[in-house]
Design a protein around this ligand. Structure first.
Ligand SMILES: NC(=O)c1ccc[n+]([C@@H]2O[C@H](COP(=O)([O-])OP(=O)(O)OC[C@H]3O[C@@H](n4cnc5c(N)ncnc54)[C@H](O)[C@@H]3O)[C@@H](O)[C@H]2O)c1
Length: 258
């Protein structure tokens, strides 16, 4: 999507690869200065290299979004380098999940909540004051096809994404009064490293239930994020924009996992 974000600074978490990388490139292509975060410093640096090679402005700041002190330091450094964060994209995510009946501890629940929910809370907490002060901001949370109807045998991920959707809806009501739009983009299944390990049978199970018969490409997710970051969407708030080709959720990973 072509828009003018040249006056804007964006922070994209988990932007070293996959959807986050494509989102950072999309925002930079439209003129935004981008703070590229990732847990893995080399990944973040490589996205920044791509942006700067294309003539954009970006800085890489590695941090674990689930650690509030790291987020606080990241935002301070990002604002020092590029100015107030106008657009925050809570994209960092993990795919660890499995059948509830096969769990052996609660570590995967904790991880999903720590990254998807608490990571987003930390990033919003440390960027929101600047947005309130200027009376404008955009928060875009990456949810999932999993919030369409849940997906069996991945309760940890579902809990992570549904809680993030709850946060999105609630903050849209409160922060909208301050000029801050809070929305979500819900991808279907996307060709990223997160889905690389899916077996052929799982892929078939998914594409059989997709009208286009294919996964999305990360750039298709990034286009939607670009729209929600743009002035053209300024009256959209509290919305979860599905970018899933009309995908029906699969009921479970039963063919591979049990
Ligand atoms: N790929 C899909 O099919 C799909 C579908 C729906 C939603 N999503 C969501 O899209 C987002 C991106 O997924 P992806 O497919 O690009 O995944 P990915 O695994 O390819 O990339 C995720 C990136 O996030 C980083 N990351 C993980 N934990 C982090 C943390 N604590 N702090 C900072 N960075 C962290 C990783 O290092 C990695 O570079 C996630 O929120 C994911 O849940 C993905």
């Amino acid at each position: 999507m072509q828009t003018d974000l040249s006056e804007r600074t964006a922070l994209v978490t988990g932007a070293g690869r996959g959807n986050g990388r494509a989102i950072a490139l999309e925002l930079a292509d439209n003129g935004a200065s981008v703070v590229v975060n990732d847990l893995e410093s080399e990944r973040a640096a490589s996205t920044v290299e791509e942006i700067t090679e294309a003539g954009g402005e970006a800085t890489s700041i590695p941090a674990d979004v689930s650690d509030e002190s790291e987020v606080e330091a990241m935002v301070a450094e990002g604002m020092e380098a590029l100015g107030t964060i106008d657009v925050l994209v809570n994209n960092a995510g993990v795919g660890e999940a499995g059948p509830f009946l096969d769990r052996d501890d609660d570590g995967r629940f904790q991880l999903n909540l720590d990254v998807h929910l608490w990571g987003s809370i930390h990033c919003i907490s440390h960027t929101v004051d600047g947005m309130v002060e200027q009376g404008y901001g955009k928060v875009i949370c990456i949810t999932s096809i999993h919030t369409k109807n849940g997906v069996g045998m991945s309760p940890e991920y579902d809990v992570g994404k549904y809680s993030l959707l709850g946060l999105t809806k609630s903050l849209a009501l409160e922060l909208g009064r301050e000029g801050i739009r809070v929305n979500a983009v819900a991808p279907g299944w996307v060709n990223t490293p997160m889905t690389e390990g899916f077996t052929d049978r799982t892929r078939e199970q998914i594409t059989d239930l997709n009208p286009f018969g294919r996964f999305a490409e990360p750039e298709e997710i990034a286009e939607a994020v670009g729209f929600l970051a743009a002035p053209a969407s300024d009256y959209i708030n509290g919305h979860e924009l599905r970018v899933d080709g009309g995908q029906m959720p699969i009921d479970s990973w039963k063919y591979d996992n049990r």
